[in-house]
Design a protein around this ligand. Structure first.
Ligand code: NAP
Ligand code: MG
Length: 398
């Protein structure tokens, strides 16, 4: 490897799997060159979360990162880890610095049929990774009063709108987004759709949100008309806008095989739904792509806390490492492409092929075995699963 890969270590069960993947499937085969940032909660607390910002900046410097799942602290974690502060979600911090779009796609294997019978091809969710509810300001009101939306322009001009005259307790929230971020989101989606040769769908609630959501719709259309309509025609793919309610109904009846662009919250929720319907969150990959072309690969799931607590008690665990493994292969392939290292790219392809072959031959973790209709299923532990992949990888490499 010429350029280091930015490696972001994480927490709990995924932190353990991280090491196992490196030891069993990476270090024996490649000269792994990484710049390591430990985003484990302990280190984030020690560095006042500086480490997360450093990791994001390193991603902008080198271009490709691979990230392990990390704990987003809440009140219970404050106590568990004796934290100085309730640090923000590392993913939120990284997304804000890279201003990217998150693409999530399921890993498809033959023996696991989607819950939705019509789905034949993967559905990729493209999630806008900036603003809206994730950058909100909210109030809980205990007394009656008038809530107003006030905007003070830099020239001092003030515009005011009444949100609501409260007669009793209630809640209010302020959200924002930025045209530049929506434009990068749109371009990232159009580029990704072209790259994958798949149709792009986009949906919002523009009938109700006539300014906010409508702005998203207009920006997408304008960029499509000016910059992408020819390219899409040449590639034989389409851009299609519809209302989010309609999109949900159509997606369920579709065969799949499209990129579905979603606003931040819609993407958060829909990616969990799509992942579950395809079989398992543990089979969902995720990549954050910045407008400058920086890539950060990760699994779509969290640190699998419940399994970690069992692991600490010495109980056998069955955490599926596929999504974390595919974060590594995605990052290594991209690093290979960027640096012109065809051997590295080929290694990533072979490692993915070996892991899919392993599952197709019936060797898998418990949660997949419950979904799989393979014959002669063999349920294995995480480490044994990685070793089974290794055996197949060795055969493919020869
Ligand atoms: P989670 O870690 O995704 O796990 C939720 C449940 O999904 C697990 O208990 C398990 O179900 C199943 N699951 C998820 N991944 C699996 C895998 N690889 N193999 C087998 N089963 C798997 O979500 P969570 O428990 O809500 O969150 C745990 C921690 O992760 C939290 O501290 C949260 O902040 C953090 N988190 C981080 C990220 C990120 O870094 N990107 C994303 C989400 C959450 P069973 O218990 O039924 O086996
Ligand atoms: Mg979610």
């Amino acid at each position: 490897m010429k350029t280091p890969l930015v490696e972001m270590d994480g927490d709990e069960m995924t932190r353990i799997i991280w090491q196992e993947i490196k030891e069993i499937l990476l270090i024996p085969y490649i000269e792994l060159n990484t710049e390591n940032y430990d985003l484990g909660l302990k280190k984030r607390d020690e560095t006042n979360d500086r480490i997360t910002v450093d990791a994001a900046n390193a991603t902008r410097k080198y271009g490709v990162a691979v990230k392990c799942a990390t704990i987003t602290p809440n009140a219970q974690r404050m106590e568990e880890y004796n934290l100085k502060e309730m640090w923000k979600s590392p993913n939120g911090t990284i997304r804000a610095i890279l201003d990217g779009t998150v693409f999530r796609a399921p890993i498809i294997v033959d023996s696991i049929k989607p819950f939705v019978k019509t789905w034949k091809k993967p559905i990729t969710i493209a999630r806008h990774a900036y603003g809206d509810i994730y950058r909100n300001v909210e109030y809980r009101l205990d007394t009656p009063g008038k809530a107003e939306l006030v905007f003070t322009a830099t020239d001092g001009k003030v515009s005011k709108q009444t949100i609501h005259d409260f007669k009793g307790p209630g809640v209010i929230m302020g959200m924002h987004n930025i045209d530049d971020s929506i434009k990068s989101f749109a371009r990232a989606c159009f580029n990704y759709a072209l790259d994958q040769k798949q149709n792009l769908w986009f949906a919002t609630k523009d009938t109700i949100s006539k300014k906010y959501d409508h702005t998203f719709k207009d920006i997408f259309q304008e960029i499509f008309d000016c910059e992408y309509s020819e390219k899409f025609k040449n590639a034989g793919i389409e851009y299609f806008y519809t209302l989010i309610d309609d999109a949900v109904a159509r997606i369920i009846r579709s065969e799949g095989g499209m990129v579905w662009a979603c606003k931040n919250y819609d993407g958060d929720v829909m990616s969990d739904m799509v992942a579950t319907a395809f079989g398992s969150l543990a089979m969902m990959t995720s990549v954050l792509v910045s407008p400058e072309g920086h890539y950060e690969y990760e699994a779509a799931h969290g640190t699998v806390t419940r399994h970690y607590y069992s692991y600490l008690k010495g109980e056998a665990t069955s955490t599926n490492p596929m999504a974390t493994l595919f974060a590594w292969t995605g990052a290594l392939r991209k690093r290979g492409e960027m640096d012109g290292l065809s051997k590295l790219t080929e290694f990533a392809d072979k490692l993915e092929a070996a892991s899919i072959k392993t599952i197709n031959e019936g060797v898998m973790l418990k949660e997949l075995a419950l979904l799989s209709d393979a014959e002669n299923k063999k349920v294995v532990s995480t480490v044994d699963f990685l070793k089974e992949i290794r055996a197949r990888l060795d055969r493919i490499m020869q």
